[in-house]
Design a protein around this ligand. Structure first.
Ligand code: TRP
Length: 360
């Protein structure tokens, strides 16, 4: 069986370091592993519209931002097909057929959708399109017969739902679709990077994000004003590393080599944490180190982004070519699906014969 990756993001804003450690970095590693036959990365504009129906301009503006962030991180258009969801209309048709295989109560149990409904104050009136987006996400994944979906941990319920739809489809119509696996980062700190204010999630509306497109100075300022242990008031005080955003970011970003380069008094993060817990280590010193670590990871990304920003027509060209390729793949799967469901009327010779017999 072919090894295929499909993944994507909603274009509702620029991507931040939470996206980066939570999934983007993994996608680039998988891309460069050479182990995959096909890799697709999708800018999910249609899904973004499910809760931004009144603001298509936001989605329109952010398509290129997300594309630039992908290219900046090292997604290589020679190896990966980057495309725009709504440019592949087969995905919509697939969703329509899958809707018959999913119950309302099953959708209501999806924990990610549940919390998104709460966050958006949709409780009283949920748009149907939004409510059903997990089904459309199953169409995205299965249209490419993806075997692996590298996404953030919050997308786990979507992959679970997709697997159920695949199972049900194959059971009802015969073996056609492929069940995907999720791919998450191994490092626990990367799964859910908190905001710079220590809140559970980075989110644009909370203003607690470090963006991949931020300048060196913006990143530095955000790191230097990050929340730490609120009880660690004086340098001498013992500090808490558990739940301390600065140490969570270090868990996510720092490698032993960074100590040799930027903070040679310590061999590794364990030693630094031990000193902080004992007392005698100030927040400013730890933050300066974190800043050095993060700048060394982010500066090549920032530089690559700047290069692509100079050639916006080339970015749109990548998206256009990618969308054409994606459409061809999705069309092949849709043909398989229609064939399995026996609704491919005009290419079904047996159907005509059957009807001729019936009217003899
Ligand atoms: N739900 C994803 C997000 O919130 C975007 C997405 C849409 C996606 N379709 C997908 C991710 C298919 C992986 C596979 O960012």
């Amino acid at each position: 069986m072919r090894k295929v990756i499909l993944t994507g993001d909603r274009p509702t804003g620029r991507l931040h370091v939470g996206h980066y450690v939570g999934s983007l970095k993994r996608r680039v590693e998988l891309q460069n592993s050479g182990e995959y036959d096909d890799i697709y990365i999708m800018i999910a504009d249609a899904q973004a519209l499910t809760d931004n129906a009144d603001n298509p301009e936001k989605v329109r503006q952010n398509i290129v931002e997300v594309a630039l962030d992908y290219l900046a991180c090292g997604i290589d258009p020679e190896k990966t097909t980057i495309f725009i969801q709504s440019m592949v209309p087969q995905l919509t048709e697939l969703s329509f057929y899958y809707m018959n295989l999913v119950t309302v109560s099953r959708l209501q149990r999806n924990p990610t959708v549940k919390s998104e409904i709460q966050m958006r104050n949709f409780e009283a009136s949920i748009p149907v399109g939004f409510f059903t987006y997990p089904i459309s996400q199953a169409a995205d994944i299965t249209a490419f017969k993806a075997t692996v979906v590298p996404v953030g941990e919050d997308q786990m319920p979507m992959i679970e739902q997709t697997r159920e739809i695949v199972h049900k489809f194959n059971q009802v119509y015969g073996e056609t679709l492929v069940e995907p696996q999720i791919s998450l980062p191994d490092n626990k700190a990367c799964l859910r990077l908190p905001g710079t204010d220590g809140k559970a999630k980075m989110s644009k509306s909370l203003g607690n994000c470090i963006y991949l497109a931020d300048t060196e100075e913006e990143v530095r300022k955000k790191i230097m004003s990050m929340f730490t242990d609120p009880n660690h008031l004086r340098v001498e005080d013992p500090g808490e590393v558990e739940g301390n955003p600065v140490f969570i970011y270090l868990d996510a970003f720092c490698k032993d080599e960074h100590f040799a380069e930027f903070l040679p008094e310590y061999a590794n993060l364990e030693e630094l944490k031990a000193h902080y817990k004992r007392g005698g280590l100030g927040d400013v010193k730890v933050k300066k180190f974190l800043n050095n670590v993060m700048q060394s990871e982010l500066s090549p990304i920032r530089e690559r982004r700047k290069q692509w920003e100079k050639d916006i027509p080339a970015v749109y060209d990548i998206l256009k070519k990618g969308s054409e390729i994606a459409e061809q793949t999705a069309a092949r799967t849709l043909a398989d699906v229609r064939n399995a469901m026996k609704i491919d009327y005009f290419s079904d010779g047996a159907l005509i014969k059957e009807q001729i017999e019936k009217y003899k």
